[in-house]
Design a protein around this ligand. Structure first.
Ligand code: CUA
Length: 317
C-alpha cells in the first residue's frame, strides 16, 4: 500500500499492516472530529453573531436526546480504539512458544547479537522470513531502545533487567535497525540492519558462521569456570540448591514467599544472590555483579534452561 510513498517504511512483518490500520483509524477519527468541531465553531460564530447592541438571545433548553447522543457516540469510538489497541498490544507482547530466540545486548554504541547456534553479529541481525523471532534484550550501560520501523516494533533496552520483543518477517530484504532512546554522543550512530532471508538461506548463513559454539555450550563452560557447581550440586548436603529442572518451577524462599524461576529470577540470583534466599539454604553465595558480562549472563541462563524444565506440577506446595 505504501510502496510508492516514501513517508512510510515498508510493511515487512505480520504486525505492520495491523499497526498501520489502527494508526490510520485513529488519524481518521481525529481528523473527522477536528473538521467537525472547528467547522461548527466557525459556522456558529458567523450564524449567531450579535447583530445589534440591544439584541438578546432566546433562552436555551437542554435537549436530552442530543446530550445522550454526543456522549454515547464518543464512548463507542474510544471503546473501539481501546479494545483494538489493547488486543494488538497483547498480541505483540507475547511471543509464540516456538519462536526462535535471539539474544541482543545494547551498549554505547552498538548492538551485539547472538543466535542459539552461537553465531554472533554486531549491528546486524540475520533472520528467516515466515518464522516468529523473539529478541531478548539487555543493556550493558544505559537505556537504549531497539527499533525496526519496517516491522513496527520498538522495545526499550533497560540496564539491570531483560525485555523482549518479537516479530515475524513476511518479506525478504534489508531493513533499518535504530536505537531510539537518546544514549549519549554517538546515539545517532547506533544503527544497524536486519537481513530477512529465506529459511534455507538463513541456515546456509548460519553454517557459514563456523567456529562458534552454541550458546548453551558457552554457558556450561562459564558455569564450570566460575565454579558454580562447587555449591550447586545435586546432593542433599550441597551448600546451594540444585539447578536441574529449576527453570519454570516455583521456588520456595526463606521468607515464605514463592517465586517463579524465570530468566529475571536467575539473573537476579546471580547478580544479587541475597535478595531471594531459597528456603533451607544460608545466604553464602557471593555476588557476581561486575564480574560477568551481559553476554555471559545470557549464556549461563540458556545453559541452565537446558538442564530441564520442571514437569507440570499437580499440586504446587
Ligand atoms: Cu543506544 Cu541511543
Amino acid at each position: 500500500m505504501f510502496e510508492e510513498l516514501p513517508l512510510f517504511p515498508l510493511q515487512a512483518s505480520t504486525f505492520a499492516g495491523q499497526v498501520d490500520a489502527l494508526y490510520f483509524f485513529l488519524v481518521a477519527m481525529a481528523t473527522f472530529f477536528v473538521v467537525l468541531i472547528f467547522g461548527t465553531v466557525i459556522y456558529f460564530t458567523a450564524k449567531y453573531r450579535r447583530r445589534s447592541a440591544t439584541e438578546r438571545p432566546p433562552p436555551i433548553h437542554i435537549d436530552m436526546r442530543l446530550e445522550i447522543l454526543w456522549s454515547i457516540i464518543p464512548l463507542i469510538l474510544v471503546m473501539i480504539s481501546f479494545g483494538w489497541g489493547a488486543s494488538l498490544f497483547v498480541h505483540m507482547s507475547q511471543a509464540p512458544e516456538d519462536a526462535l530466540e535471539l539474544r541482543a545486548v545494547g551498549r554505547q554504541w552498538m548492538w551485539k547479537l547472538q543466535h542459539p547456534s552461537g553465531a554472533r553479529e554486531i549491528n546486524q541481525m540475520h533472520s528467516p522470513v515466515g518464522k516468529p523471532i523473539k529478541v531478548i534484550l539487555a543493556s550493558e550501560d544505559v537505556v537504549h531502545s531497539f527499533y525496526v520501523p519496517a516491522f513496527r516494533i520498538k522495545m526499550d533496552v533497560v540496564p539491570g533487567r531483560y525485555t523482549a520483543t518479537w516479530f515475524e518477517a513476511n518479506r525478504e530484504g534489508e531493513f533499518h535497525l535504530f536505537c531510539t532512546e537518546y544514549c549519549g554522543t554517538q546515539h545517532s550512530g547506533m544503527i544497524g540492519r536486519v537481513v530477512a532471508m529465506k529459511p534455507v538461506d538463513y541456515q546456509r548463513w548460519l553454517t557459514s558462521q563456523a567456529g562458534e559454539e552454541p550458546i548453551a555450550v558457552s554457558g556450561e563452560r562459564l558455569f564450570q569456570q566460575l565454579r558454580c557447581e562447587t555449591c550447586h550440586q545435586t546432593t542433599s548436603t550441597a551448600q546451594g540448591p540444585a539447578l536441574t529442572g529449576l527453570f519454570g518451577r516455583q521456588v520456595k524462599l526463606e521468607s515464605g514467599e514463592s517465586v517463579l524461576a524465570d530468566e529475571a529470577y536467575i539473573r537476579e540470583s546471580i547478580l544479587n544472590p541475597h535478595n531471594k534466599i531459597v528456603a533451607g539454604y544460608r545466604p553464602i553465595m557471593p555476588t557476581y555483579q561486575g564480574q560477568i558480562s551481559e553476554d555471559a549472563l545470557h549464556q549461563i541462563i540458556v545453559y541452565l534452561r537446558t538442564l530441564g524444565r520442571a514437569p507440570e506440577e499437580k499440586n504446587p506446595s
